[in-house]
Design a binder for this molecule. Structure first.
Ligand SMILES: O=C(CCCl)NNC1=[NH+]CCN1
Length: 329
Protein backbone atom coordinates (compact mmCIF):
# COMPACT_ATOMS: atom_id res chain seq x y z
CA UNK A 1 0.00 0.00 0.00
CA UNK A 2 1.20 3.48 -0.88
CA UNK A 3 0.84 7.16 -0.06
CA UNK A 4 1.63 10.12 -2.28
CA UNK A 5 2.11 13.87 -2.25
CA UNK A 6 2.35 16.59 -4.89
CA UNK A 7 2.87 20.36 -4.66
CA UNK A 8 0.27 22.74 -6.01
CA UNK A 9 1.01 26.38 -6.90
CA UNK A 10 -1.30 29.34 -6.38
CA UNK A 11 -1.89 31.40 -9.51
CA UNK A 12 -2.32 35.23 -9.26
CA UNK A 13 -4.92 36.14 -6.60
CA UNK A 14 -5.23 32.40 -5.86
CA UNK A 15 -7.66 32.27 -8.78
CA UNK A 16 -6.72 28.59 -9.22
CA UNK A 17 -4.11 26.14 -8.03
CA UNK A 18 -2.05 24.28 -10.62
CA UNK A 19 -0.40 20.90 -10.11
CA UNK A 20 2.09 18.96 -12.31
CA UNK A 21 1.15 15.55 -13.71
CA UNK A 22 2.78 13.23 -16.28
CA UNK A 23 0.95 11.30 -19.00
CA UNK A 24 2.22 8.57 -21.31
CA UNK A 25 5.49 6.92 -22.28
CA UNK A 26 7.88 8.69 -22.42
CA UNK A 27 6.17 10.96 -19.83
CA UNK A 28 4.55 14.15 -21.14
CA UNK A 29 4.50 16.80 -18.38
CA UNK A 30 1.42 19.00 -18.03
CA UNK A 31 0.23 21.33 -15.27
CA UNK A 32 -3.47 21.04 -14.44
CA UNK A 33 -6.18 22.30 -12.08
CA UNK A 34 -7.15 19.63 -9.50
CA UNK A 35 -10.90 20.04 -9.20
CA UNK A 36 -12.94 18.37 -6.42
CA UNK A 37 -16.04 19.91 -8.10
CA UNK A 38 -15.82 17.73 -11.23
CA UNK A 39 -14.79 14.21 -12.25
CA UNK A 40 -13.15 14.33 -15.68
CA UNK A 41 -9.40 14.30 -16.33
CA UNK A 42 -9.09 16.29 -19.54
CA UNK A 43 -6.09 17.97 -21.14
CA UNK A 44 -5.22 20.26 -24.01
CA UNK A 45 -4.20 18.00 -26.89
CA UNK A 46 -2.77 17.82 -30.40
CA UNK A 47 -6.36 17.19 -31.57
CA UNK A 48 -7.27 20.84 -30.98
CA UNK A 49 -7.26 23.65 -33.52
CA UNK A 50 -4.06 25.70 -33.20
CA UNK A 51 -6.08 28.91 -32.65
CA UNK A 52 -7.49 27.49 -29.40
CA UNK A 53 -4.04 26.85 -27.90
CA UNK A 54 -2.27 29.91 -26.46
CA UNK A 55 0.77 28.80 -24.50
CA UNK A 56 -0.59 25.63 -22.91
CA UNK A 57 1.27 22.30 -22.99
CA UNK A 58 -0.59 19.63 -24.97
CA UNK A 59 -0.93 15.85 -24.70
CA UNK A 60 -0.01 13.98 -27.89
CA UNK A 61 -1.39 10.43 -27.70
CA UNK A 62 0.49 9.50 -30.88
CA UNK A 63 3.74 10.25 -29.03
CA UNK A 64 2.97 7.79 -26.25
CA UNK A 65 3.74 4.07 -26.67
CA UNK A 66 1.24 3.27 -23.88
CA UNK A 67 -1.75 5.27 -25.21
CA UNK A 68 -4.74 3.30 -26.41
CA UNK A 69 -7.75 5.03 -27.99
CA UNK A 70 -11.05 4.26 -26.21
CA UNK A 71 -12.85 3.71 -29.52
CA UNK A 72 -16.23 5.43 -29.82
CA UNK A 73 -15.94 7.33 -26.55
CA UNK A 74 -16.46 11.09 -26.28
CA UNK A 75 -16.86 13.63 -23.49
CA UNK A 76 -18.34 17.12 -23.03
CA UNK A 77 -18.32 19.13 -19.84
CA UNK A 78 -19.69 22.52 -18.74
CA UNK A 79 -18.56 23.93 -15.39
CA UNK A 80 -20.41 26.07 -12.87
CA UNK A 81 -18.73 29.21 -14.20
CA UNK A 82 -19.95 28.46 -17.75
CA UNK A 83 -16.59 27.34 -19.11
CA UNK A 84 -16.63 24.14 -21.18
CA UNK A 85 -14.60 21.64 -23.19
CA UNK A 86 -15.08 18.41 -25.17
CA UNK A 87 -13.19 15.73 -27.10
CA UNK A 88 -12.36 12.04 -27.24
CA UNK A 89 -10.71 9.55 -24.88
CA UNK A 90 -7.48 7.57 -24.52
CA UNK A 91 -6.26 5.17 -21.86
CA UNK A 92 -2.73 5.96 -20.81
CA UNK A 93 -0.37 5.93 -17.84
CA UNK A 94 -0.81 8.91 -15.49
CA UNK A 95 1.66 9.76 -12.74
CA UNK A 96 1.03 12.27 -9.93
CA UNK A 97 3.96 12.68 -7.53
CA UNK A 98 5.02 9.12 -6.69
CA UNK A 99 1.67 7.54 -7.65
CA UNK A 100 1.10 5.93 -11.05
CA UNK A 101 -2.13 4.64 -12.59
CA UNK A 102 -1.75 2.60 -15.79
CA UNK A 103 -4.81 2.74 -18.10
CA UNK A 104 -6.22 5.99 -16.68
CA UNK A 105 -8.91 7.54 -18.91
CA UNK A 106 -7.28 10.66 -20.32
CA UNK A 107 -9.82 12.89 -22.05
CA UNK A 108 -8.11 14.65 -24.95
CA UNK A 109 -9.67 18.00 -25.77
CA UNK A 110 -10.71 18.82 -29.33
CA UNK A 111 -12.54 21.98 -28.26
CA UNK A 112 -12.22 24.29 -25.24
CA UNK A 113 -14.06 27.53 -24.38
CA UNK A 114 -12.25 30.87 -24.35
CA UNK A 115 -11.83 30.78 -20.53
CA UNK A 116 -9.42 27.89 -21.03
CA UNK A 117 -7.73 29.18 -24.20
CA UNK A 118 -7.10 32.51 -22.43
CA UNK A 119 -5.53 30.82 -19.36
CA UNK A 120 -2.00 30.08 -20.63
CA UNK A 121 -0.78 28.33 -17.48
CA UNK A 122 -3.54 25.74 -17.22
CA UNK A 123 -3.19 22.63 -19.40
CA UNK A 124 -6.39 20.91 -18.23
CA UNK A 125 -8.40 19.67 -15.27
CA UNK A 126 -8.07 16.62 -13.06
CA UNK A 127 -11.40 15.82 -11.45
CA UNK A 128 -11.40 14.66 -7.84
CA UNK A 129 -15.17 14.47 -7.53
CA UNK A 130 -17.06 11.18 -7.60
CA UNK A 131 -16.86 9.11 -10.80
CA UNK A 132 -20.68 9.05 -10.99
CA UNK A 133 -20.57 12.45 -12.74
CA UNK A 134 -17.77 11.64 -15.21
CA UNK A 135 -19.04 12.82 -18.62
CA UNK A 136 -17.50 10.13 -20.90
CA UNK A 137 -20.11 8.46 -23.11
CA UNK A 138 -21.19 5.72 -23.71
CA UNK A 139 -19.30 4.43 -20.62
CA UNK A 140 -18.35 6.88 -17.82
CA UNK A 141 -14.73 6.47 -16.66
CA UNK A 142 -13.06 6.46 -13.24
CA UNK A 143 -11.20 9.41 -11.78
CA UNK A 144 -7.49 9.10 -11.01
CA UNK A 145 -8.36 8.96 -7.30
CA UNK A 146 -10.91 6.14 -7.83
CA UNK A 147 -8.28 4.18 -9.77
CA UNK A 148 -5.43 4.74 -7.30
CA UNK A 149 -7.58 4.27 -4.16
CA UNK A 150 -7.02 0.51 -3.90
CA UNK A 151 -3.26 1.07 -3.73
CA UNK A 152 -3.45 3.69 -0.97
CA UNK A 153 -2.96 3.01 2.74
CA UNK A 154 -6.40 4.54 3.19
CA UNK A 155 -8.87 5.85 0.58
CA UNK A 156 -8.60 9.59 1.20
CA UNK A 157 -6.79 12.68 -0.06
CA UNK A 158 -6.11 15.96 1.69
CA UNK A 159 -5.83 19.55 0.47
CA UNK A 160 -3.55 22.19 1.93
CA UNK A 161 -4.11 25.20 -0.34
CA UNK A 162 -2.39 28.43 0.69
CA UNK A 163 -2.72 32.15 0.08
CA UNK A 164 -0.19 33.10 -2.60
CA UNK A 165 2.14 30.20 -1.80
CA UNK A 166 2.64 26.59 -2.86
CA UNK A 167 0.42 24.08 -1.07
CA UNK A 168 -0.03 20.34 -1.45
CA UNK A 169 -2.37 17.49 -2.24
CA UNK A 170 -1.62 14.31 -0.27
CA UNK A 171 -3.03 10.90 -1.11
CA UNK A 172 -3.55 8.03 1.34
CA UNK A 173 -2.51 9.70 4.59
CA UNK A 174 -3.25 12.53 6.98
CA UNK A 175 -0.07 14.50 7.76
CA UNK A 176 -0.26 15.44 11.46
CA UNK A 177 2.29 18.21 10.85
CA UNK A 178 -0.03 19.88 8.34
CA UNK A 179 -2.66 21.11 10.81
CA UNK A 180 -3.22 22.31 14.38
CA UNK A 181 -5.96 21.45 16.87
CA UNK A 182 -8.62 18.89 16.08
CA UNK A 183 -10.13 17.90 12.75
CA UNK A 184 -13.88 18.62 12.64
CA UNK A 185 -15.61 15.81 10.72
CA UNK A 186 -18.92 16.06 8.86
CA UNK A 187 -20.74 13.51 6.70
CA UNK A 188 -20.51 13.77 2.90
CA UNK A 189 -23.59 13.61 0.65
CA UNK A 190 -22.18 12.40 -2.70
CA UNK A 191 -25.62 11.87 -4.30
CA UNK A 192 -24.88 14.57 -6.90
CA UNK A 193 -21.30 13.40 -7.41
CA UNK A 194 -19.82 16.21 -5.30
CA UNK A 195 -18.19 16.41 -1.87
CA UNK A 196 -21.40 17.81 -0.39
CA UNK A 197 -21.96 18.72 3.25
CA UNK A 198 -24.20 20.88 5.42
CA UNK A 199 -22.77 23.58 7.67
CA UNK A 200 -24.94 24.33 10.73
CA UNK A 201 -24.38 28.09 10.73
CA UNK A 202 -22.21 31.16 10.34
CA UNK A 203 -21.00 34.26 12.11
CA UNK A 204 -19.70 37.66 11.04
CA UNK A 205 -16.65 38.92 12.92
CA UNK A 206 -16.64 37.94 16.60
CA UNK A 207 -20.41 37.42 17.01
CA UNK A 208 -21.77 34.03 18.10
CA UNK A 209 -22.67 31.46 15.44
CA UNK A 210 -26.16 31.99 13.96
CA UNK A 211 -28.10 28.76 13.31
CA UNK A 212 -28.53 28.63 9.53
CA UNK A 213 -28.16 25.37 7.62
CA UNK A 214 -25.90 25.85 4.60
CA UNK A 215 -25.73 22.97 2.11
CA UNK A 216 -22.81 23.14 -0.27
CA UNK A 217 -19.83 21.43 -1.82
CA UNK A 218 -16.09 21.57 -1.09
CA UNK A 219 -14.78 22.62 -4.49
CA UNK A 220 -11.10 23.32 -5.23
CA UNK A 221 -12.08 24.23 -8.81
CA UNK A 222 -14.13 27.28 -7.76
CA UNK A 223 -12.17 30.36 -6.69
CA UNK A 224 -14.60 32.07 -4.31
CA UNK A 225 -16.89 31.21 -1.39
CA UNK A 226 -20.42 31.28 -2.84
CA UNK A 227 -23.18 31.42 -0.20
CA UNK A 228 -26.93 32.07 0.05
CA UNK A 229 -27.84 35.66 -0.85
CA UNK A 230 -29.27 36.32 2.64
CA UNK A 231 -25.97 35.40 4.31
CA UNK A 232 -23.93 37.39 1.79
CA UNK A 233 -26.15 40.42 2.42
CA UNK A 234 -25.80 40.00 6.20
CA UNK A 235 -22.01 39.82 5.88
CA UNK A 236 -21.60 42.87 3.65
CA UNK A 237 -24.01 44.88 5.83
CA UNK A 238 -21.12 44.89 8.29
CA UNK A 239 -18.50 45.97 5.74
CA UNK A 240 -18.07 49.73 5.46
CA UNK A 241 -18.86 51.01 1.98
CA UNK A 242 -19.79 47.60 0.59
CA UNK A 243 -22.22 47.55 -2.33
CA UNK A 244 -23.39 45.22 -5.04
CA UNK A 245 -21.76 46.37 -8.30
CA UNK A 246 -23.62 44.83 -11.26
CA UNK A 247 -20.83 45.85 -13.65
CA UNK A 248 -18.38 43.79 -11.57
CA UNK A 249 -20.97 41.05 -10.99
CA UNK A 250 -20.71 41.05 -7.22
CA UNK A 251 -20.12 42.92 -3.97
CA UNK A 252 -17.23 45.38 -3.92
CA UNK A 253 -15.93 47.45 -1.05
CA UNK A 254 -12.96 49.69 -0.10
CA UNK A 255 -9.78 47.62 0.23
CA UNK A 256 -9.16 49.31 3.59
CA UNK A 257 -9.95 48.82 6.43
CA UNK A 258 -9.80 45.01 6.49
CA UNK A 259 -13.36 43.62 6.60
CA UNK A 260 -14.59 41.36 9.42
CA UNK A 261 -13.82 37.62 9.49
CA UNK A 262 -16.43 35.19 8.19
CA UNK A 263 -16.95 32.03 10.26
CA UNK A 264 -18.88 28.91 9.23
CA UNK A 265 -19.64 25.83 11.27
CA UNK A 266 -18.44 22.32 10.48
CA UNK A 267 -20.25 19.89 12.80
CA UNK A 268 -19.42 21.19 16.29
CA UNK A 269 -16.30 23.03 15.09
CA UNK A 270 -15.80 26.25 13.15
CA UNK A 271 -13.76 27.45 10.15
CA UNK A 272 -12.66 31.10 10.12
CA UNK A 273 -12.14 32.93 6.84
CA UNK A 274 -9.97 35.90 7.89
CA UNK A 275 -11.19 39.31 6.72
CA UNK A 276 -8.04 39.77 4.65
CA UNK A 277 -9.02 36.66 2.66
CA UNK A 278 -12.42 38.21 1.92
CA UNK A 279 -10.46 41.02 0.26
CA UNK A 280 -10.23 38.92 -2.89
CA UNK A 281 -8.60 41.32 -5.35
CA UNK A 282 -8.44 45.06 -6.16
CA UNK A 283 -10.71 46.10 -9.06
CA UNK A 284 -8.87 49.34 -9.82
CA UNK A 285 -5.22 50.18 -10.43
CA UNK A 286 -5.18 52.50 -7.40
CA UNK A 287 -6.20 49.45 -5.29
CA UNK A 288 -8.94 51.54 -3.75
CA UNK A 289 -11.84 49.12 -4.16
CA UNK A 290 -11.77 45.34 -3.84
CA UNK A 291 -13.93 42.50 -5.15
CA UNK A 292 -15.25 40.33 -2.35
CA UNK A 293 -14.17 36.70 -1.90
CA UNK A 294 -17.67 35.96 -0.58
CA UNK A 295 -20.40 36.19 -3.21
CA UNK A 296 -23.90 34.82 -3.83
CA UNK A 297 -24.65 31.24 -4.89
CA UNK A 298 -27.86 32.34 -6.63
CA UNK A 299 -28.73 30.11 -9.58
CA UNK A 300 -26.43 27.20 -8.64
CA UNK A 301 -28.81 25.33 -6.33
CA UNK A 302 -26.31 24.92 -3.49
CA UNK A 303 -23.40 26.80 -1.93
CA UNK A 304 -19.81 26.38 -3.04
CA UNK A 305 -16.99 26.34 -0.50
CA UNK A 306 -14.31 27.22 -3.02
CA UNK A 307 -10.65 28.18 -2.64
CA UNK A 308 -11.39 31.23 -0.44
CA UNK A 309 -12.76 28.81 2.19
CA UNK A 310 -10.45 25.85 1.51
CA UNK A 311 -7.19 27.83 1.72
CA UNK A 312 -7.91 28.71 5.36
CA UNK A 313 -7.83 25.04 6.30
CA UNK A 314 -6.33 21.59 6.00
CA UNK A 315 -9.17 19.54 4.52
CA UNK A 316 -9.54 15.75 4.43
CA UNK A 317 -11.61 14.29 1.59
CA UNK A 318 -12.31 10.83 3.03
CA UNK A 319 -13.96 8.50 0.52
CA UNK A 320 -13.69 5.55 2.92
CA UNK A 321 -15.68 7.16 5.71
CA UNK A 322 -17.62 9.36 3.23
CA UNK A 323 -16.79 12.39 5.37
CA UNK A 324 -14.99 15.71 5.16
CA UNK A 325 -12.54 16.82 7.84
CA UNK A 326 -11.66 20.50 8.34
CA UNK A 327 -8.79 21.66 10.55
CA UNK A 328 -7.03 24.95 11.23
CA UNK A 329 -3.36 25.29 10.32
O1 LIG B 1 -17.84 23.45 -11.96
C1 LIG B 1 -17.69 23.60 -10.76
C2 LIG B 1 -18.90 23.90 -9.86
C3 LIG B 1 -19.70 22.64 -9.77
CL1 LIG B 1 -21.26 23.02 -9.14
N1 LIG B 1 -16.48 23.49 -10.11
N2 LIG B 1 -15.37 23.19 -10.83
C4 LIG B 1 -14.89 24.07 -11.76
N3 LIG B 1 -13.93 23.75 -12.62
C5 LIG B 1 -13.63 24.84 -13.50
C6 LIG B 1 -14.59 25.91 -13.06
N4 LIG B 1 -15.33 25.29 -11.96
Amino acid sequence: RQTGTVETDAEKHDVEYLTPISIGTPPQDLIVDFDTGSSDLWVFSTEMAAKDIKGQAVYDPNNSSTSEKLQGSTWQITYGDGSSSSGDVYLDTVTIGNLTVPNQAVEAAKKVSDEFTDDPNNDGLLGLGFSSINTVQPTPQNTFFDNVKKNLDTPLFTTDLKHGAPGSYNFGYIDPAAYIGNISWTPVDNSQGFWGFTSPGYAVGTETLRNHSISGIADTGTTLLLLPKSIVKAYYSEVQGAQYDSSQGGYVFPCSPTPPDFVFGVNNGIVTVPGDMVLYAPIDSANQNCFGGIQSDTGIGFSIFGDVALKTSFVVFDAGGLQLGWAAK
